[in-house]
Design a protein around this ligand. Structure first.
Ligand code: ZN
Ligand code: ZN
Ligand code: ZN
Length: 409
């Protein structure tokens, strides 16, 4: 068995889907396989528990908020319905999709596919299910939302009495379970179990796949001949290198940098307190937190909302600019930069979730009231566009300038 590294295009010939140790790429060190025993049955148990916890998180009060003895309770779905009723339709739908639709869809698909594997059944739509699973995994943001809730609670704890409802704890449990499922799920393993492994050609040797006229399917990692247009196992289009990856990445980055301006100029949140309305921008909110003495929270928001989007735009632009040059940094260092930007990107959503939670929780008319400001949609666009830009970039091209036979053990 062999596997082509999705990050650097190296053909690793010692790959096994049932290996008893973790396997790493011989050239770049990327983890190709994480070993786990009884993966299918463990995934199933975790998935059913997570579904149960997520259902519980929807059925009870989530958070309680009281200024003068009359507590107001919100449920998890209130984060969506309050936004929609305040005419933030697009934002409400986005949060509903990220927090409710995608987690349920993800868990449902994992349950369906692991059922097929455990009982060796061929179920309808397995290919479609596995492809959907891979494409929604990067958009699961339960952990980011949890941090958003904590930030919102810190912002409120000095002015009101707060209560954590039963649903909150169920939600925490669901977040932990989904994180475990996410780390246990191995897409090449899943495809091998569902549709059988694809045999690699016999005369392969250590080297880049491109040099041997081979390429790997980005969806199911089956090894394909370079002239193939669609993967014979999953039907996904195959490319040795993604066509136009640079122009797509740069276009998305440009759009993100344009949206970054209104996101920081306009207020992200309007707070009404005793009849007086105050608008605050992202930076204004950070300064307020800092003055109030919540230094750790101020730093978290500063990093997540200001530094991470900027760093992502600059790092990706820089990688696009010199992805073919052999100078400055080695391919491996550039790859690390790329992996970090890809990993931290979704954490920028924290501020959006903070505003959504505050809006759902603080609805007491003129006494105290929070609604999102006009900047929130452009900020959401910045986060989504930079995430898409990182996904569009093809990291294999960072290695193409290297002499083809050289290895970095
Ligand atoms: Zn590699
Ligand atoms: Zn495929
Ligand atoms: Zn190129």
């Amino acid at each position: 068995m062999a596997m082509i590294c999705p990050e650097c295009d190296w053909l690793n010939s010692d790959y096994e889907t049932e290996a008893s140790t973790d396997l790493h790429c011989q050239r770049c060190g990327h983890t190709l396989y994480r070993c786990a025993r009884h993966r299918a049955s463990r995934l199933q148990a975790l998935t059913y528990s997570a579904l149960l916890m997520l259902a519980a998180a929807l059925s009870f009060p989530f958070l309680g908020f009281a200024t003068q003895g009359t507590p107001h309770y919100m449920t998890l779905t209130d984060t969506v319905t309050t936004l929609v009723s305040h005419h933030f339709m697009a934002l409400g739908i986005m949060i509903g999709v990220l927090l409710l639709v995608l987690p349920f869809l993800y868990l449902g698909l994992v349950a369906y596919l692991t059922f097929a594997i455990q009982y060796q059944r061929t179920l309808p739509g397995m290919r479609m299910a596995a492809r959907t699973l891979a494409s929604i995994a990067p958009w699961l943001m339960l952990d980011v939302f949890l941090v958003g809730i904590l930030v919102a609670l810190v912002k409120l704890h000095s002015i009101a009495k707060l209560e954590l409802g039963l649903s909150f704890w169920a939600y925490c449990a669901a977040t932990l379970l989904i994180a475990r499922i996410w780390s246990l799920m191995d897409m090449p393993w899943l495809w091998d179990q569902l549709l059988g492994p694809v045999a690699a050609p016999h005369n392969t040797h250590a080297g880049t796949a491109r040099q041997q006229s081979l390429c790997s399917c980005e969806c199911c990692s089956a090894i394909q001949l370079m002239q193939t247009t669609h993967c014979q196992r999953c039907g996904h289009p195959v490319h040795s290198r993604r066509p136009h990856h640079l122009s797509i990445t740069i276009a998305l980055l440009l759009a993100a940098s344009i949206m970054y301006i209104p996101a920081n100029v306009f207020p992200i949140m309007d707070t009404t307190f005793l009849g007086q309305t105050q608008s605050s921008t992202i930076v204004g909110g950070i300064i307020q937190l800092w003055r109030g003495g919540s230094y750790p929270i101020a730093i978290i928001i500063l990093v997540a909302s200001i530094l991470v989007p900027l760093a992502k735009i600059f790092v990706l632009a820089w990688l696009c600019w010199q992805h073919h040059s052999q100078y400055a940094l080695t391919a491996q260092q550039k790859q690390r930069f790329y992996q970090v930007t890809e990993f931290v990107g979704r954490w920028s959503m924290i501020d959006i979730f903070v505003v959504a939670v505050l809006t759902a929780l603080v609805q007491q008319g003129n006494i105290m009231n929070v609604i999102p400001g006009p900047a929130i949609l452009s900020f959401a666009a910045v986060v989504v566009l930079t995430m898409l830009a990182a996904m569009a970039f093809d990291p294999r091209q960072l290695w193409d300038a290297l002499p083809q036979q050289e290895t970095h053990p």
